[in-house]
Unconditional design. Sequence first.
Length: 565
Amino acid sequence: MDSGFLNRYGTTMDLDEMPKLVPIRMVNEFVFCKRLFYLEWSESLFVDNEYTLHGDFVHRRVNQEKGDIDKISETSSAGNVTSLMLSSETLGLIGKVDKVRVMDDEVVPIEFKRGSTPKNELRSWPGDRVQICLLGLLLIDAKYKCDKGEIWYDGSKQNVTIYLTPELIESTKDIIRDLREVAMSSKIPDPLLDSPKCPKCSMVGICLPDEINFFKESDPPKQRRIMVRDNDDAPLYVMEQGAVVGVNSHRIDVTKGRESIASVRLMDISQLCIFGNVQVTTQAQRELFSRSVPVLYFSYGGWLYGIATGLPSKNVMLRIRQIGTSLKGDMNVASAIVFGKIKNCRTLLRRNGRNIPEEVLESLDRLASRSQEETDMTKLLGIEGAAAKLYFENFPRLIRAPGASINRPEFSFEGRNRRPPKDPVNCLLSYAYTLLLKEMLATLVGVGFDPYIGLYHKPRFGRPSLALDLIEEFRPIIADSTVITVINNGEVKPKDFVVRSGSVLLSENGRKAMITAHERRMMTKIKHPEFGYDATYRRVFEIQARLLGAYLLGDVPRYIPFRTR
């Protein structure tokens, strides 16, 4: 094979650019699923689930480095070596063997596996056989005699012997060549179709195999309901001025002086949200970054002005495609975003409004249909503006007194205004949009996007344009819905506002009430309109971001906005 080849963008990539040593564990993943391998190695993505954690538990006995293979060999005695690192530039491989049995002049690599012995002819999985073969080749390259290895299947408490036959060695070398080609490709492999491997895979929530295949096929397959677990973790909000956020024994501790304010397990935190004059220790930041937990900084009044994260995602090709698409201009994404927003605005009015004129709903339907067909960005902005005007003209019909059917005069609304908001309703809307924006910012950074390079909103200094793009379809069903809920339920009262120099601000109690309602809404489970499974809105954010990434990388033909039914 030539040392270089053309990638999908027409530029040459050199095979010498990839790391010279391929981790053997990644070869096993490649045999299991090429897409899984690409996500883990090329994009450095990984999440645990109960199966990977069980695998770690099974390996606890062989994770410590014990024994010296050379000393055992020199004395011609038998013995065991655990957690032995092997590498070879000649083979281009590196890996750690769980255990090596040394007997006379022969060594036997042994790998520990979580599951039971497969009920097939060779009593082993293909990836496990390849892994043993590669470890044997490394030992041979290091001048040891090795013609077989063993796999310990912990589920059935059985050892299976794997012989290093010429056929296994040759097929394994072919796999390494294929792996290097896939690793250097800018095209992520297609997901498996209706595979039994997917439901137990820890990466299913990132890979989205059924969702991607659903949009790829002209005749979509019937959806399996792969239940991707919604994380139990949630944002931690710290609003106590003068507080200090530290870390101690896998917990985040919030203190003020000598008083303990809160103590939360690190595993239960998805974001750390800091309001005003609150300090975060270096130790706490380091621990949060190691767990990919972002720290978001707000002014005391709730203005988002910064986000701190660990190292950026290694998903470089996603950002390259994002930049290219932004420069080129992509009406497919922009029109889909506007379509989804208008449809969700219509749904909120129809479900929660009082006496909404039928012609208003029909007009919103027509504007949504026009947005799908529009090919001019200026005209698309006009369509969105017309729909927003119609929507906010009828927004007062959503507001009512608790238990009554009349408007609340203290929450009168005569149209959208901001910077600063001049009435309580606009104050609540602005605060709700800020909370919505920080959710999408954290999601996009986690997926690997640059949140400042938009596809609908033009990139502008200091504006997170892509985050603003993707929150459009969620403004009515999350932010606006939260606002009308806190008003109609009496969770926010007139006393929770501060009027100063013509602007209206939320008091501390008002902000706490809004954050509580926002979190309640984000953790609400809904049935996904396309895929049919239940997911929280916070999980839906990630699904939409990953579907956008799939579109940019060519995995799916179009971006589909989220529409509540």
